[in-house]
Write a protein that binds this ligand. Sequence first.
Ligand SMILES: Cc1cc2nc3c(=O)[nH]c(=O)nc-3n(C[C@H](O)[C@H](O)[C@H](O)COP(=O)(O)OP(=O)(O)OC[C@H]3O[C@@H](n4cnc5c(N)ncnc54)[C@H](O)[C@@H]3O)c2cc1C
Length: 233
Amino acid sequence: MTRSSRIPLLIAGGGIGGLATALAVSRTGRPVHVLERAPDFTELGAGLQLAPNALRVFQRLGILEEIDKHAFYPRRLVMMDMLAGEEITSLELGARFLAHYKFPYWVMHRGDLLNVEVAACRASNLITLESNKEIVEIEDLPGGVRATCSDGSVYECDALVGADGLHSTIRKMITIDNAPVCSEYVAYRGTAPIGQIPQRPGLDTTARRNRASGTKSTRRCTNCPPAEWPTMS
Ligand SMILES: Cc1cc2nc3c(=O)[nH]c(=O)nc-3n(C[C@H](O)[C@H](O)[C@H](O)COP(=O)(O)OP(=O)(O)OC[C@H]3O[C@@H](n4cnc5c(N)ncnc54)[C@H](O)[C@@H]3O)c2cc1C
């Protein structure tokens, strides 16, 4: 058994949530240590929608501009009837939306978002990332927590944050936790090259700002962000 020296804050799970938490803690000047059970910090999932509230947080974490390089800007959010294939309702994401919420509405690949977070974490000397570390047991200590990993390594910390996902091990250890309830609705998501998406009327869909040249792409972009992001206090 190997034993680490005591660390202030330990995070179980290096997904989008765990790494965002690590960045938030580091921005307060405190050191933080992330343990991820997978061999690397990667996301296999497909797409992700990011609403203005998420972008606001990314701005505070200092990674908004980097994420912007990977983001697409839908012109409208369209809800379709699954059986009839007809439009039920839609939400315009253009100038009015931007004026109201101050931030646009993005879609992007989950892997791109996680990569930006990983790079920001690696650039911080307050954040330690360790992969191949699955926490299998936690124990309350006076004024702290002891976490044991499947490889026998032991970490003692002042506080532990469980960011280990839907089937969280940590949550089961601190509360009576039933298995997630399956609603029996299933959603499949995937990715396709944008050129393969049929350009049906009313579905002129995405636009991406070309940061390198400072110009907009030829696709219509009605909700590109302002030249300057709003300043958050
Ligand atoms: C179909 C679907 C669509 C969604 N769409 C959106 C969307 O469009 N926009 C949006 O904002 N949200 C969306 N969500 C929700 C969003 O995906 C989740 O809230 C988010 O991914 C959760 O991130 P997380 O880091 O908390 O958990 P996870 O991504 O599950 O990460 C948990 C991490 O912890 C690690 N781990 C697990 N157990 C341990 C352990 N014992 N020790 C160490 N590490 C461990 C795992 O390997 C994993 O890397 C969607 C969810 C689903 C299911």
